[in-house]
Ligand binder design. Structure first.
Ligand SMILES: Nc1ncnc2c1ncn2[C@@H]1O[C@H](COP(=O)(O)OP(=O)(O)OP(=O)(O)O)[C@@H](O)[C@H]1O
Length: 359
């Protein structure tokens, strides 16, 4: 069998079905792991559930897979209510953090395990296993014991095994967390490309925002059991809807400010900014601005800007972070200009790059 035929067959588009989550809550005793989650995930795309530890992302994935039962709410796949459908009949393939491979089986036997359970004959199983191994770039390793694979190779075997049954939905729970940083970053791109080629609707759980930014078509930011924001990666990055998202995605400076009739007063200057709905003049608000958007000057700029002093410089090779103390607030700027510690600097907060949240 040529690699070309293998690729063509294995890459035939799988069923891509949209997932809908309607008012799903999950309680474990007194713990509310998920609180009234509503989501519509597009067919054929890669969605990342992103959030800090304990926010409920794994629980949501397990509910979708049928490994847990919701306390309330419904989950639909391709319009079909999954409530009464057991896990093994949902048409869902899942890759766990631990990969959960069968250590006594070879690579090909692991990949073809589900096909064997379904009664597919030995020759056809091997043919499919070889196709899938080609797809995940493990050609020729079918007969190797899984114990003799590297972490990255095991991860690929786990993916091939989950894809063997042509799932309508592919779920990955922190699939790269056991890999070192370099391999992890290469695998992010590889999984994304594989997902695109197959067009299989995919949900990936991660607490790593860079991973989500690299891989996702749609990011679901979760916090405290709730969906905080849903959107394409850059939208979530540039237009966070609340302080939780602004704080979790990338780094941000948060500056205490006071609402004016048309803008805010912060660090002794007035900035024309849109205020959150319901804010009244005189209310305390918080202004957020990304380090790479702060502009530093060695002399007062004509537009006027608060003056501060450099308190610390962190040179990270690719970029330099300059810590500036302004009116008792510490700001971090990533600026092309370099300043020594102790130098006076003027800091411009570009209004178009600032967001105001209720304090
Ligand atoms: N089986 C369980 N029994 C009791 N509490 C649970 C159970 N599973 C999860 N929880 C609780 O539900 C909340 C959400 O957990 P979950 O594992 O979904 O979070 P997560 O966002 O995936 O976190 P992590 O990134 O650490 O895996 C946590 O408070 C957790 O302790």
């Amino acid at each position: 069998m040529s690699a070309a035929t293998a690729t063509t067959r294995a890459e035939a588009p799988r069923r891509a079905e949209a997932l809908a989550i309607r008012g799903v809550s999950k309680r474990f005793g007194a713990t509310v792991a998920l609180d009234d989650v509503h989501l519509e995930l597009p067919a054929g795309g890669l969605t990342c559930f992103l959030g800090p530890s304990g926010c409920g992302k794994t629980t949501l994935l397990r509910l979708i897979a049928g490994l847990e039962t919701p306390s309330s709410g419904r989950i639909l796949l391709g319009g079909r209510d999954l409530s009464a459908v057991p896990a093994h009949r949902r048409g869902i393939g899942m890759v766990f953090q631990s990969y959960a491979l069968f250590p006594h089986l070879s690579v090909a036997e692991n990949v073809a395990y589900g096909l064997r359970v379904r009664g597919v004959g030995a020759r056809e199983r091997r043919r499919r296993a070889d196709e899938l191994l080609a797809l995940v770039r493990l050609e020729g390793l079918g007969d190797r014991p899984v114990g003799r694979l590297s972490g990255g190779q095991r991860q690929r075997v786990a993916m091939a095994r989950a894809l063997a049954l042509e799932p309508a939905l592919f779920l990955l729970d922190e699939p790269l967390s056991a890999l070192d940083a370099k391999l992890r970053s290469a695998m992010q791109v590889e999984i994304k490309q594989l997902q695109r080629r197959l067009g299989v609707s995919t949900v990936l759980v991660t607490h790593d925002q860079e991973e989500a930014m690299t891989m996702a078509d749609l990011v679901v930011v979760m916090g405290e059991g709730r969906v905080q924001q849903v959107g394409p990666p850059l939208e979530v990055y540039h237009r966070p809807v609340n302080r939780f998202v602004a704080d979790f995605i990338g780094s941000n400076n948060f500056v205490p400010a006071t609402a004016l009739s048309k803008g805010v007063r912060a660090l002794g200057v007035t900035l024309p900014l849109t205020l959150p709905a319901g804010t009244r003049e005189g209310d305390a608000v918080t202004l957020s601005v990304r380090p790479e958007k702060l502009e530093l000057f060695a002399a007062p700029p004509p537009s006027g800007a608060p003056q501060g002093r450099v308190s610390f410089v962190r040179d990270l090779g690719q970029r330099t972070e300059t810590y500036v103390e302004v009116a008792g607030v510490q700001l971090i700027a990533v600026s092309p200009l370099e300043f020594p510690v102790g130098a006076p600097v003027w800091v411009r907060l570009p209004p178009e790059s600032c967001t105001v949240f209720a304090a």
